[in-house]
Design a binder for this molecule. Structure first.
Ligand code: CMC
Length: 391
């Protein structure tokens, strides 16, 4: 479909060789370094998965302990950077604040912006460690609450939770089940081969821009509603269906009418044409978390009815449109206490190991060329300049 004189949306152009993530979209298979997403979601931790994605092998117990220690001890950010968050307006969306924060981080860590192995290793540690802190501080800024320092006695996910929801004057109560659900969600997002934000990270990196600059570009690419922003849009869509009083069938009929311009957010995927394996795993957690927390059961019911109605509808069946990773993730984040504008930030924390691994793979490949696509020119051909007074 569409103009076939060029590859619209790069749907059939391989832009690189990669040994990180394998996807079989027809069979609903997703593997990081050969390990299935189902096994990793059940058995691994987020930092162990990050190690696997970045270094290519599961760590030994000693390697993992050293890695976790290095990351958690680096979660603190420069004191002047904490002040940086005060410069943004109250209620700023935490996603642009995160992108700006990552560029800010590059100025506070300028000795690690080189392309040599030592700098890249340091930048990898600092980004993995500090991005959750930046994300939590962006959130605290948006709600006008005080920030907390990371706590070395807590693990990575617990620290992020405490910095997001904790109050400096009170001890913070960790809920293991909620922490594990958040960890699983982050594992499911850790990499997804050449999606829009990862391709952006690689394209920016291909000019030999440093890891911080490339990752900040990835955050911006992720912010769009057709990519990471979809999880926020799903929750807003469910709320709108509820508020409007229309039935699920009426909403689906509206989506099917192309003139409405409305999409069923959280449905469809460029690669998965059977099902998105991440959505299957998330769906199970949505039910569990909503049992534990005061979640939007009303919206979960609408989501489940919407899913069934769409899956039984010829429009969605013929186009091979199935729920994707974003369809249920927002409901879980909401039940955990995150506001909708934090959903894409959580996606960014999850995708960070993938961006880093893909950038490093490209940086290590000495045959890499700067990304520079061509175009099909459809503008005017030669014209003589017309002086201003004659136009
Ligand atoms: N609702 C209604 N119709 C849809 C949808 C949808 N969610 N997705 C695709 N279609 C239709 C589309 O209009 C087209 O119809 P036709 O052939 O009649 O013109 C057909 O299905 C093929 O879609 P496409 O737009 O050519 O597919 P794509 O590969 O370019 O787009 C997508 C993939 C994910 C951008 C798209 O499915 C979409 O916009 N989905 C909603 C947003 C969303 O949930 N995004 C999250 C993606 S997963 C996580 C991530 O990548 O960040």
């Amino acid at each position: 479909t569409g103009d076939t004189t060029y590859d619209q949306g790069f749907s059939s152009t391989a832009s690189c060789k990669s040994a990180i993530t394998f996807i079989d979209g027809d069979a609903g298979v997703l593997q990081y370094r050969g390990y299935s997403i189902e096994q990793l979601a059940e058995k691994s931790s987020f930092l162990e998965t990050a190690y696997l994605v970045i270094y290519g092998e599961l760590p030994t117990a000693e390697q993992l302990a050293t890695f976790e220690d290095r990351i958690t001890k680096n979660m603190i950010i420069d004191e002047r950077m904490r002040d940086f968050f005060r410069c943004f307006p109250r209620r700023s969306h935490p996603m642009p604040v995160l992108a700006a924060g990552i560029m800010g981080l590059s100025t506070f860590n300028s000795e690690t912006t080189g392309l040599d192995n030592d700098s890249v290793e340091e930048a990898t540690t600092r980004l993995l460690a500090k991005v959750p802190t930046l994300a939590a501080y962006g959130y605290k800024n948006s709600i006008g609450k005080p920030t907390l320092y990371p706590d070395h006695s807590l693990n990575y996910i617990e620290n992020f939770e405490r910095m997001s929801f904790g109050n400096p004057a009170e001890p913070y109560q960790i809920d293991d089940k909620i922490t594990r659900a958040l960890e699983v969600l982050l594992i499911l997002h850790a990499d997804h081969e050449q999606n829009c934000s990862t391709s952006t990270v690689r394209l920016v990196g291909s000019s030999q821009a440093n890891l911080y600059a490339s990752v900040a570009s990835g955050v911006n690419a992720l912010s769009g509603p057709l990519h990471g922003g979809a999880n926020q849009e799903v929750l807003e869509m469910l709320q709108q269906i509820k508020d409007s009083g229309m039935s699920v069938q009426e909403f689906v009929d509206k989506v099917k009418n192309k003139e409405s311009g409305i999409k069923l957010m959280g449905f469809g995927h460029r690669i998965y044409k059977n099902y998105d394996p991440r959505a299957n795993i998330i769906k199970k957690h949505a039910d569990e978390v909503l049992k534990l927390k005061e979640g939007r059961r009303d919206l979960l019911d609408i989501a489940q009815e919407l899913e069934q109605t769409a899956l039984n509808d010829d429009y969605f069946q013929s186009r091979k449109l199935y729920p994707n990773v974003d369809f249920y993730s927002g409901l879980i984040y909401e039940a955990m206490g995150f506001p909708v504008n934090m959903f894409t930030v959580l996606f960014a924390i999850g995708r960070l190991p993938g961006w880093i691994a893909q950038w490093r793979e490209q940086n290590n490949d000495k045959s890499t060329k700067i990304g520079r696509p061509r175009q099909v020119y459809v503008g005017q051909t030669h014209r003589d300049f017309v002086p201003l007074e004659q136009r």
